[in-house]
Design a binder for this molecule. Structure first.
Ligand code: GLY
Length: 439
């Protein structure tokens, strides 16, 4: 059996377990209809918004475009109802990949799906998707659309990646690494953020629409903006530091990779020491990924490492506890250590305690931590410690004697540091999916 065929069997087994949870939750569904989604247009326009499929549908395979259905009932062959275009404005749909064709009973139609499947044979069916009108046409009651118990169980299952999924994230990392290397080569010439973005797209052979998330390519003080969205066309002056957070997608699966490069030979000693320290910290945290590790504890270890490095260079003049109590730790590291990664860059289910969907929220002092799960084999997570000089977070704290503000002011032009790898939990430890391609 091919890796992909085995993946489909595992996804079907996960769906069966998810249906069993709905019985426990007294929703009790017999089958699931997954909808890829519906194309939409910009307001008042006839141009379509770039389409992204519902990722619960997409888990079955890299099937492009809107309108398709996966019809799943335990014990029966899963059906793919594939919408094929018959519209002279657009090229016909590309042929279905043969591996996908073999994995399902494929029904191709340019008609309404309701006419090609016998819905009553599916028993009590749930609909996963956001097209309530289609669900109604398929005879599915609104209470059975995205039912909470089923979504929670499917989200929980999504954390456990199959071999095929890990291979896809690994390949996405290989592609992203080419882009990172190309950008690293181009920064010596003082290329603009816009030019570096184009270099990244060309090297990874991706269009903007295909990226798993918008590239973050930030020179100097812009590195302090966590989701910096501009692409300045001017040459950086003086081009001290480049932070690049850029990924790739392969068969739907994301890579999410960040590097910070310091170019300025005259950069202040404190910044250089912090950059070296953050590289070491990221390596240590990535190496610590293992089954049974509570991700909240790993986040705490990241906070500890960041506080220690700030104390070593003299920015912080207090204990870690004091820095936490004063809100300084949050100001320097306001995001979480990482998140689940998969079909979504911020993949689902990261804050669940169990398949029933019991919430496991992050601690109050790190509200943006997206993963609070205890790591288990086959989880894929990002490890991305960051340290920033963000004026809007630091200015309200000015005046406290727990920070060397004079030294801090010399660091503001360097923006910040983030270094990020993607890591899969194995039975005994982990495999770093980024480092082999981007040492
Ligand atoms: N790398 C983008 C993000 O995690 O938000």
């Amino acid at each position: 059996m091919s890796e992909y065929a085995a993946h489909v069997r595992e996804v079907e087994a996960a769906c069966t377990r998810a249906l069993e949870h709905t019985v426990e939750a007294r929703d009790g569904f017999d089958s699931i209809v997954f909808h890829a989604g519906t194309a939409s247009v910009y307001h008042g326009d006839d141009l379509e918004v770039p389409f992204r499929a519902n990722t619960h549908f997409l888990r079955f395979g890299w099937i492009e475009g809107p309108g398709h259905l996966i019809v799943f009932r335990p014990g029966e062959r899963t059906r793919l109802v594939r919408q094929v275009e018959s519209d002279f404005w657009y090229a016909p749909s590309a042929p279905l990949d043969s591996e996908i064709g073999e994995a399902f009973e494929v029904i191709e139609t340019d008609d309404a799906a309701s006419e090609v499947i016998e819905m009553s044979a599916l028993g009590r069916r749930a609909f996963i998707g956001d097209d309530a009108e289609l669900a109604r046409i398929l005879g599915i009651e609104s209470a059975a659309c995205d039912p909470a118990a089923l979504i929670a169980a499917l989200d929980w299952e999504r954390a456990f990646k199959t071999d095929h999924e890990v291979a896809c994230v690994r390949e996405a990392n290989r592609i992203a690494a080419h882009g990172h290397e190309a950008v690293r080569g181009a920064i010596q010439d003082g290329a603009s953020e816009f030019e570096l973005h184009l270099e990244y797209l060309a090297t990874t052979a991706q269009t903007d629409d295909a990226l798993p998330y918008p590239n973050i390519i930030a020179w100097d003080e812009a590195a302090a903006v966590l989701h910096y969205q501009h692409r300045r066309r001017s040459e950086p002056d003086p081009a001290r530091v480049l932070l690049i957070d850029a990924g790739a997608r392969y068969r739907g699966y994301a890579a999410d990779v960040t590097r910070t490069w310091c170019l300025d030979p005259a950069a202040n000693d404190a910044f250089r020491a912090l950059l070296t320290g953050m590289e070491e910290l990221k390596r240590g945290l990535a190496d610590a990924v293992a089954p049974g590790v509570d991700f909240v504890d790993l986040h705490r270890r990241a906070e500890h490492g960041i506080a220690e490095r700030l104390r070593e260079v003299g920015v912080l003049r207090c204990s870690e506890e004091e820095a936490r109590a004063q809100g300084l730790l949050f100001a320097f590291f306001p995001h979480g250590l990482g998140h689940p990664l998969g079909l979504q860059t911020h993949d689902v289910g990261g804050q669940q305690a169990d398949p029933a969907g019991t919430p496991r929220p992050p601690p109050d002092d790190c509200p943006h931590l997206r993963n609070t799960r205890v790591l288990a084999p086959r989880h894929v997570v990002t490890i991305e410690p960051g340290l920033y000089f963000i004026p809007s977070l630091l200015d309200p704290l000015r005046g406290r004697d727990t920070v060397d503000w004079h030294l801090l002011d010399t660091l503001l032009p360097f923006g910040g540091i983030r270094i990020e790898d993607d890591v899969v939990v194995t039975d005994t430890g982990n495999e770093n999916l980024t480092r082999p391609f981007l040492p």
